[in-house]
Write a protein that binds this ligand. Structure first.
Ligand SMILES: Cc1cc2nc3c(=O)[nH]c(=O)nc-3n(C[C@H](O)[C@H](O)[C@H](O)COP(=O)(O)OP(=O)(O)OC[C@H]3O[C@@H](n4cnc5c(N)ncnc54)[C@H](O)[C@@H]3O)c2cc1C
Length: 426
């Protein structure tokens, strides 16, 4: 949508093909239905939040910055607000308003939109003007219809949450046109853990904890924030970010994960705190003497893991037992056995190799007139609005570049006489 709106802004005939019954099905579910549309950080900070091929995004991010994205949406009637961590949302709290703003942009730019239209293949032809090299000539739809166009932008998304329409078709188009597609993996995705008791913690959300993940003796991820237990393992912001950071260790499971339940306190400070609680609860059993320290759902699990007799009176708990309990609170253990699949992944890691794409235009280096934007490319970022910013920036750059190329038509397959069917610029 962003690419089409910019492609049409200089008056070219632009057609947007969408296989779903409506536009923006994935945007609709973003940010838990609120759409975290970008991040209001300094533009140069965007790069830190991109996990792969940051440098490739230099031109795109500066061509259409996060502040320009906010301006674009505001100019199409979307009031925005900035929340914790620079996350930008619609004031209304409805992702549908982001889609509405994009639809308004499409309408104002004169883009023709065709819904229920599944692209089957991207077509190429050769022309002397292009040195005999293949050049994009249009697309074939799944009903066999051929649509001619001087440029084609592939913005088909990744392959996560495929019910939204992102079924990975763009990877196939790219391969068929000679492009390399790097290995595809689910990312920003929950973890399955080995411990059977995680089921008992399902729904428990932990705030202000530190999560640490180790590969052997090496700490490969550590961060502070919020996480969630599920029926299969763990999820929530810390876990999703961890999956992005440790994606390269996906084949090296199991990985040890530790939750520091009290990151603000050292083991010694924690021991003193437990002792104070025990003094206040002198005659209570151990299982009832730690109630102030944890959410109630966690108590039976952590008490069982401690190995301390839950019926024991707190004043009978030994110093060694207390100290090892403090250590357990600082390193509550879990074993990550695998990532969940694409169906639960916020983003696809991997995609069309950026080595074969011109970063200043988003045009294919192999097939003139072919452009890529968004998640179909081998680009992925952390949560916080960064993935949509990647889509907006690359979309705007691809659209603008395709439109500029059309101003300069010497390198197109221009001999249209004898071609049947409707013709488009982009
Ligand atoms: C649950 C969830 C929450 C998310 N929340 C956020 C968030 O808050 N902030 C953020 O920055 N990112 C978020 N993301 C990531 C973000 O939504 C994606 O990175 C972004 O939508 C990618 O944009 P895109 O245009 O490349 O692809 P998509 O948004 O996936 O759009 C691709 C479109 O192409 C269409 N299409 C595909 N194949 C064909 C075909 N053959 N013919 C015709 N049409 C086709 C699809 O139907 C689809 O409409 C979230 C993702 C998920 C799954």
């Amino acid at each position: 949508m962003m690419a089409a709106a910019h492609a049409a802004s200089s008056g070219h005939k632009v057609l947007l093909l969408e296989k779903n019954e409506k536009l923006g099905k994935k945007i609709y579910i973003t940010g838990k239905g609120r759409c975290n549309l970008t991040n209001a950080c300094e533009t140069e900070d965007l790069f830190r939040h991109v996990l792969r091929n940051q440098k490739f995004l230099y031109s795109a991010f500066y061509h259409f910055t996060n502040l320009q994205a906010i301006g674009f949406f505001e100019s199409h009637g979307l009031a925005t607000k900035t929340e914790r961590g620079g996350r930008v949302f619609p004031v209304s709290g409805h992702s549908s308003d982001v889609i509405r703003a994009l639809q308004q942009a499409l309408q104002q730019a004169g883009v023709e939109v065709r819904l229920h239209t599944n692209v089957q293949e991207v077509l190429t032809g050769t022309a002397k003007a292009c040195g005999g090299e293949p050049h994009v000539t249009g697309v074939r739809l799944s009903d066999g219809t051929i649509l001619h166009a001087d440029a084609v932008i592939i913005a088909t998304g990744g392959c996560s949450y495929c019910s939204t329409g992102s079924t990975g078709d763009g990877y196939r188009f790219a391969r068929e046109l000679g492009h390399a597609v790097t290995e595809l993996r689910p990312s920003l995705v929950p973890f399955e853990t080995a411990e059977p008791w995680v089921k008992d913690l399902q729904g428990l959300s932990l705030k202000n904890v530190t999560v640490r993940i180790r590969h052997g003796s090496k700490t490969i991820y550590e961060d502070f924030g919020e996480m969630l237990f599920t029926h299969f393992g763990v999820s929530g912001p810390l876990v999703l970010s961890a999956s992005g950071r440790i994606n390269d260790y996906m084949e090296q499971m199991p990985l040890q994960m530790e939750i520091d339940l009290k990151p603000a306190l050292s083991v010694e400070q924690l021991d003193k705190r437990i002792l104070r609680d025990f003094e206040d609860n002198r005659n209570r059993q151990f299982k009832n003497g730690v109630q102030k320290l944890f959410p109630s759902k966690l108590i039976p699990v952590i008490v069982a893991l401690s190995g301390i007799d839950p019926e024991k009176k707190v004043n009978e708990v030994t110093k060694e037992e207390r100290q090892s309990f403090a250590k357990l609170m600082k390193a509550f253990p879990l074993t990550v056995i695998q990532f969940r699949g694409f169906q639960e992944a916020v983003i696809t890691r991997g995609g069309v190799s950026v080595k074969e794409i011109n970063p200043s235009t988003m045009e294919s280096r192999l097939v003139p007139g072919l452009y890529f934007s968004g998640e179909v490319l081998d680009l992925d970022a952390l949560t916080g609005g960064f993935n949509l910013q990647v889509a907006w920036s690359t979309g705007c750059l691809a659209g603008t570049s395709a439109s500029q190329k059309l101003e300069n038509p010497h390198c197109f397959v221009q001999n249209r006489s004898g071609r049947n069917g409707k013709e488009y610029g982009i």
